[in-house]
Design a protein around this ligand. Structure first.
Ligand SMILES: Nc1ncnc2c1ncn2[C@@H]1O[C@H](COP(=O)(O)OP(=O)(O)OP(=O)(O)O)[C@@H](O)[C@H]1O
Ligand SMILES: [Mg+2]
Length: 337
C-alpha cells in the first residue's frame, strides 16, 4: 500500500559556529491516512526538527537530506514556491503556544476567515461566514456566533488552542503536524484537546503527527508511537505495543518516569544523566551511558531497528538472540495507562 507520507533516511543538521548539530540522524517513518502517530522523546532529541523538515520551515543554517515522499512523490527537492502551495493544502501545523500563533489585534473569527481565504480566494462573504462557524463548531467552541467576534485575550488557553486548530483545519489539510499542542495547558484541558484531536481524526480522516515529550499525554490519542532519542527513532509500534510491551530501555525509562506510575508508592523516577550533544554524537548506542541495562556492544556498535512484530521495532541489542534475558523494571511492568 502506498503511504500518505513516507520519510526515508531523513537527516537534519544545523550548522553553528560550534559545529554541526545532527538534530535528526536517519529517520524512516510512514504515516497513513486517518492515523495519529505520536513522536515522543526528551527535550532536544530532534522532534521539532523532524516536523520542521517535513514542513520545510527550517532556519537558514539548517540542511536536510533524505526523501519526503507524499503519495509516492518525493517533495524534498521541491522549490519554495511549490512548497508554499503544499503548506496548508497538504500540511498544516499546530504549534505549542497558541498565544504566539494568534494575532492579538484581530478577532478570532477574522483570523479563521483569513486562513480560509488564503486557500479559497473566490469564496463569497456568506459562504465564508458559514465556513468560519462550521470550523468553530468542528473544534467544539460553544456559541461560535458570539465568540467569533472576540479577541485572543478574551479566550482561555484551551479555547485559544481550539481556535489555532480551526485555523490549521481551514485549508482542509490532509496531514496535521502538531508540535506539543497541549504543553502550555493544564492537565484537564490537555486531555480535552487530545480528545478533540481524536474526534477530528474520526470526522475528517486527517493524518496527524503529534509531537510530545510526555508518553503519558499522547496515550489517549495515538494509534502508533515512535520514541525518539538523539535524533533517531529507537522504538516504534502500535500504541498497545509500545505501552504494554516496550522493548527499548529508553522507552522503559520514559514509562517509569511518568507521574502516574509513582502513585504505587515509588519515589518518582527520573532518567539519570542528560541526552548527548548532537554535535558529536557518541559511538554505538547513544543511550548506553544512561542505560542501566547497557551491554558491552552498546558502546561499540549501534543497534539497528530489530523486529519484534510486523508493526513493532526497537533499536536495542537486547533483542539480539545472544543478549541476556532482561525483564523490564517494575514500574514499566505494572503501569496502567
Ligand atoms: N536553529 C538552531 N540552530 C542550531 N541548533 C538548533 C537549532 N534548533 C534546534 N537546534 C538543536 O537541534 C537539536 C534538536 O532540537 P529540536 O528542537 O528538534 O528538539 P526537540 O525534540 O523538539 O526538543 P523540545 O522538546 O525541547 O522541543 C537540539 O540539540 C537543539 O539544540
Ligand atoms: Mg520541540
Amino acid at each position: 500500500m502506498e503511504h500518505l507520507l513516507a520519510l526515508q533516511n531523513l537527516h537534519v543538521s544545523y550548522h553553528t559556529p560550534r559545529g554541526t548539530v545532527q538534530a535528526v540522524r536517519g529517520v524512516d517513518l510512514t504515516l497513513d491516512s486517518g492515523e495519529v502517530l505520536a513522536v515522543v522523546g526528551e527535550s532536544g532529541c530532534g522532534k521539532s526538527a523532524l516536523l520542521k523538515a517535513i514542513m520545510r520551515l527550517l532556519p537558514e543554517n539548517a540542511s536536510v537530506t533524505g526523501r519526503i515522499v507524499v503519495n509516492g512523490t518525493d517533495i524534498a527537492p521541491y522549490p519554495e514556491k511549490q512548497l508554499q502551495k503544499l503548506r496548508g493544502s497538504l500540511f498544516s501545523m499546530v504549534f505549542q503556544d497558541p498565544m504566539t500563533a494568534l494575532n492579538p489585534s484581530m478577532t478570532i473569527g477574522s483570523q479563521i476567515a483569513e486562513a480560509i481565504v488564503v486557500h479559497e480566494p473566490k469564496i463569497s462573504k456568506e459562504a465564508l461566514r458559514a465556513r468560519v462557524l462550521e470550523l468553530m463548531e468542528l473544534v467544539e467552541i460553544d456559541r461560535p456566533m458570539e465568540r467569533m467576534k472576540l479577541y485572543p485575550h478574551n479566550f482561555s488557553g484551551g479555547m485559544r488552542q481550539r481556535a489555532v486548530m480551526a485555523i490549521a483545519l481551514a485549508a482542509r489539510a490532509k496531514i496535521l503536524l502538531a508540535d506539543e499542542p497541549t504543553t502550555a495547558l493544564d492537565v484537564t484541558i490537555q486531555a480535552q484537546i487530545l480528545d478533540l484531536l481524536r474526534n477530528l481524526q474520526k470526522k475528517l480522516h486527517t493524518a496527524t503527527i503529534l509531537v510530545s515529550h510526555d508518553l503519558g499525554v499522547v496515550a489517549r490519542a495515538a494509534d502508533r508511537v515512535a520514541v525518539m532519542y538523539a535524533g533517531k527513532i529507537v522504538e516504534i509500534g502500535t500504541a498497545e505495543e509500545v505501552y504494554y510491551d516496550p522493548r527499548h530501555p529508553y522507552t522503559w525509562a520514559l514509562l517509569r518516569a511518568l507521574p502516574a506510575l509513582a502513585t504505587g508508592g515509588d519515589a518518582l523516577y527520573t532518567i539519570p544523566g542528560m541526552p548527548p550533544t548532537l554535535i558529536d554524537p557518541p559511538k554505538g548506542d547513544a543511550f548506553a551511558c544512561r542505560n542501566e541495562y547497557a551491554l558491552a556492544i552498546d558502546y561499540e556498535k549501534e543497534p539497528p531497528l530489530l523486529r519484534v512484530t510486523d508493526t513493532h521495532y526497537a533499536a536495542t541489542w537486547l533483542l539480539d538472540p545472544r543478549a541476556p534475558r532482561i525483564t523490564p523494571p517494575i514500574g514499566v511492568r505494572r503501569h496502567g495507562i
